[in-house]
Design a protein around this ligand. Structure first.
Ligand SMILES: [Zn+2]
Length: 219
């Protein structure tokens, strides 16, 4: 008897969409290439520039529907047929010990959620520096038992709240890459902060002020 809990991705895949198809075979990979160097005789410092050029792929394997869903503007999570727990990000096997690693099933989720917890980022990777300071939230989507992290935009950082309802906003389809950066969270339509100015909000505003100033200085 085949144990359904055990599963693997197929060795050979019959892809029916290759998007785009034109780069395959056309990418000239150079690996690490030497670009040049700087030398300072005054400060006795030497620096070498290397450019790394490598095409790589990232197989989604058992959670492939998650990535394709992002391309299509859909949220796909999983659900355990035994206990009904729902997961987003998806889990391939149920986590409940009583369910003996039951294999989960795919379900399309509503694109709405509740902020489980959050933090305010005062520093980030290069691609999002100019959006600082921003809110990073773990959100429970459509009643799932796992929470997914993403940016919560279109809100003053000090107004973010635990338990607040959020919606999902997508990048235009032709800019999506099948990753979590294809979308972000925003407060649900009609949501207003439940409290006005508080000493805590003032404290956060003060902490954010130098970050806004620094971002302004970058423009
Ligand atoms: Zn279960």
């Amino acid at each position: 008897m085949v144990d359904k809990r055990l599963h693997k991705t197929p060795g050979k895949v019959d892809w029916d969409e290759k998007h785009p198809d034109k780069f395959r075979g056309d990418v000239e990979e150079t690996g690490i290439g030497f670009m040049g160097y700087d030398w300072s005789s005054k400060d006795d410092q030497f620096k070498v520039y290397l450019h790394y050029d490598q095409l790589y792929y990232w197989k989604y394997g058992e959670v492939s529907r998650l990535g394709k869903g992002f391309i299509d503007g859909e949220f796909w999570g999983t659900k355990c047929p035994k206990c009904g727990d729902k997961f987003f990000p998806p889990r391939v096997n149920c986590w409940n010990l009583d369910d003996n690693l039951e294999k989960t099933e795919w379900i399309e989720l509503k694109q709405e959620g509740i902020v489980h917890t959050y933090t305010i980022a005062g520093w980030s990777g290069k691609s999002s520096l100019k959006r600082l300071p921003f809110v990073l939230a773990y959100v429970i989507v459509d009643g799932c038992k796992t929470a997914i992290a993403n940016e919560l935009r279109n809100i003053e950082p000090w107004d973010a709240e635990f338990g607040m309802p959020v919606k999902v906003v997508w990048k235009p389809k032709d800019e999506r890459q099948g990753t979590v950066t294809d979308w972000w969270f925003e407060p649900a339509d009609g949501w207003e902060p439940t409290v006005g100015d508080t000493p805590e909000k003032e404290r956060i505003k003060e902490l954010c002020a130098p970050v806004y100033e620094w971002v302004e200085s970058m423009k």
